[in-house]
Every structure is written in structure tokens, then in C-alpha cells.
Design a protein around this ligand. Structure first.
Ligand code: DX5
Ligand code: ZN
Length: 219
């Protein structure tokens, strides 16, 4: 976990230049990125298609940073082996998707990866409470998943604060990760609310000086 009051920074490769992926990853790594966030979309759970294990495997070959895949797919359960083989370190599934949550999280652990659970802005925190002791990470969505470059929804701040107080009172250990619309204003707000990891796509990749922005997000 990052030091109290600080956060780890996870660039979302959705905003990377895929014709120069190696350069972009090297640049983000030199700028201080702590891990890489890989947005996997199936055109079914979300109305957009991005990439899958095939591309994750190339990213693995380009980076030694931890790789966190955010699975915006209806049937994560059918692809767990493929992501493990691709060398992904953590898999986060959506509570709203069709795969059965409990067995899917257990299988992720069996395959040697870290399990995470995510929820959309409109999904109440109550829906993920049964899984808090079974995950390494909770990914709070601050935009409706599917696209980069959307506006931050402040409902995430309440969820982050409540997750932090539950974790403290119940002695749990998950990381609190927030994803969508993170910038110089919303990033520090999330960190102060208790987020451990800030995902940023368009704001971070759009910068000429990425290390300055990463330093600002880290706190
Ligand atoms: C949205 C993705 C996010 C997105 C973040 O579906 O899960 O990871 O790429 O991008 P920005 O920071 O541009 O909102
Ligand atoms: Zn994401």
C-alpha cells in the first residue's frame, strides 16, 4: 500500500499511442508510473471494443511494471487462463457483468493473479460488500465505463470514503482504486477521500511533462 496520504499512479493505456506503444510505456515508466492499467472491452458489457489478452502479452514484453487488467467484459470467467498466460498480474471484474463473482475471484487467485472487483457509478456499494474480504483491490468507477476522456462523477468520492472507513473498522486489506476523469482537481480529491491508486488516461497521456502530472497525482 502507498504511504498514508499518498497514491500510486496507474496510466490507462487506452490513451496511449499504439503506433509507438514502447516509447509511450518507457516514457510513462521514466515519469514515475507505479503500474499500468489495461482496459479490456468486449463491445457487449460496454459499447466499445478495445483489446484482449493478445495485446496484454505484448505489453508484458515491453514493461516490468505490474499490469492490472480492468475487464469490462460480460464473461470474464471464460478468459482467465488467457490473461494468466499473457502475464497479467491483476484482474478486476465487474460486479454488474454475467460471470459468477465468487467462483471467478477464486479462480483468479488459483491462477496466481490478484483479484479485484469494480462497480459502475450507478451501482450501490452494497452490491460489492460480500466480496470485500475476497479481493486485493476495489476499482471505483468515476465514469460510466466504455470510453476515456469523460467527466468525473463525484459519487465516487463517497464510495471511496465509505470503503476506507469499512476497511479500517473491519480490518480488511484491499486497495482502493479509482478510474475515470482523474486530473489535477479530481485526483487530489480522491486521494484525500482515501484512494490508494489513481488511474489516469487522457489527462496523463495528453501532458507534455508527464512526470510533473504523476508527481502531482501521487501527493
Ligand atoms: C473507462 C476506462 C478508464 C479510462 C480512463 O472505461 O475504464 O480506464 O481509460 O480514462 P480517462 O482518464 O481519460 O477518463
Ligand atoms: Zn479502466
Amino acid at each position: 500500500r502507498p504511504a498514508e496520504g499518498q497514491a500510486w499512479v496507474a496510466p490507462s493505456l487506452l490513451s496511449a499511442d499504439f503506433t509507438a506503444l514502447k516509447t509511450d510505456i518507457d516514457n510513462m515508466t521514466a515519469a514515475g508510473a507505479d503500474l499500468l492499467h489495461l482496459d479490456v472491452m468486449d463491445g457487449h458489457f460496454v459499447p466499445n471494443i478495445s483489446f484482449g489478452p493478445f495485446i496484454c502479452k505484448f505489453v508484458r514484453g515491453l514493461s516490468d511494471l505490474p499490469l492490472d487488467a480492468h475487464l469490462m467484459i460480460s464473461h470474464a470467467d471464460q478468459y482467465l487462463e488467457a490473461f494468466a498466460k499473457a502475464g497479467v498480474d491483476g484482474l478486476t471484474i465487474h460486479v454488474e457483468a454475467e460471470a459468477e463473482v465468487g467462483p471467478t475471484l477464486r479462480r483468479i487467485v488459483e491462477l496466481g493473479m490478484k483479484p479485484g472487483i469494480s462497480l459502475n457509478p450507478g451501482t450501490p456499494l452494497a452490491d460489492i460488500l460480500p466480496w470485500l474480504s475476497a479481493v486485493d483491490l476495489v476499482l471505483v468507477m468515476s465514469v460510466q465505463p466504455g470510453f476515456g476522456g469523460q467527466k468525473f462523477n463525484p459519487v465516487a468520492l463517497e464510495k471511496i470514503a465509505e470503503l476506507k472507513s469499512r476497511r479500517d473498522s473491519e480490518g480488511q486489506d484491499f486497495l482502493i482504486n479509482v478510474d475515470g476523469g482523474i486530473n489535477d482537481v479530481t485526483g487530489p480529491e480522491c486521494r484525500q477521500a482515501g484512494a490508494d491508486i489513481l488511474v489516469s488516461g487522457s489527462w496523463l497521456f495528453g501532458a507534455s511533462d508527464r512526470s510533473e502530472r504523476i508527481t502531482l497525482l501521487r501527493g
